[in-house]
Design a protein around this ligand. Sequence first.
Ligand code: LLP
Length: 410
Amino acid sequence: MKNILPSPLQFKKNKLTFDGVLLESIAQKLPTPFYLYSQKTLDSYFKSFTQSAKAHKINNPLVCYAVKANSNIEVLKRLKDLGSGADVVSVGELKKAIKAGIPPEKIVFSGVAKTKDEILFALKCGKSGIYSFNVESIEELILINDLAKSIKKKARVAFRLNPQVHAKTHKHISTGNKTHKFGLLKADIQEAVAVTEFWTHTNLVGLSVHIGSQLTDMKATVSAIKELANLALDINLPIEFLDVGGGLGIDYTHKERSKLASIDYYMQTVSMALEQFYFSKSSILIKPRIVFEPGRILVGKMGVLVSRVVRTKTSDNCHFTIIDAGMNDLIRPALYEAHHEVLPATKSAKLITTDIVGPICETADCFGTKRKLPSLTSGDLVVIDNAGAYGRTMASNYNERSLAAEIFFR
Ligand code: LLP
């Protein structure tokens, strides 16, 4: 499964270019660090995703982009133009998705801690509220029912199943087991379906599952779909959709590239699993549509973090390249020991071994140890690759630093 995912970065005559334009010229008048996103790359991932769903005969697919991955308004507007819906986890994300023009009837609301105010806001969106509240506890279902009653509406809800499968990914981003706070166990959902007072002002319109992020191996995805299908078959009610979540990973490292499931392989897997475990067995006449909640796969590769070298430093035999981007701008290496390639704006045959570190007063503020880079000096540009997902959205003001600007390159 060799899978070279398109990237906006390319070296031309040893100079780094972004969408074919010299990075040095893009960065000339911009204060660093800043995030740079490629519309062209975003388009190509969204189109690959939807075209592949079509090619694998996924039933009436709805892509609800996971806003948490990148909530830049231009990115959201572009995704809306491409036909995307949204998966949101807070009223802030919901408002931003609506501001970008994404219709409420294409928005699902996930998350374990939806508050009264958030639920009321979502119920009042558009003509008939959002597409679905993906419910993660019975307490939440009762609250949604009560709030819908109080404003004389009916809420559209789906249960998020906790399928008890182990996704092979970093423990911080694995969500499909009962030790995780996410979703409901099958037995609890089956029980709730039968309690009539939970359903006076709610309609069960779907079932969902999401087992984790940066998934490269599809085995757990198949198991999760099997569990979702079994639940749908047991409940045996006409539902409008099955939501298979997000999670498809990208290649941050060369090693990941060789074992990564491509978009096409993912769609084929999902399609076959749905057919085998659900469509071939269900007696319900109207087929549910399939909802996806991709985040990283759509935006991860389109973005980079552009930074400049502040200075270099040696400490005995350790060499540090100190850059002006820090863990407050991109926390993934510090939080998940995630690998991001660091590229110089100008390639050189002569390389040194160096640790690329930021300005924050934490030893974890390190983008990579023992990397091979040219010997850089103050003011030189570097780029941290594959930073379009969970980069700027997880940034903070730690150390009283400003949030990095975002440039949407068209
Ligand atoms: N749906 C739900 C309910 C989710 O919780 C998530 C991500 C997604 C969809 C989208 O997952 P994706 O397709 O992007 O993998 N900050 C971490 C990732 C956290 C993911 C949280 N949930 C990171 O930087 O790796």
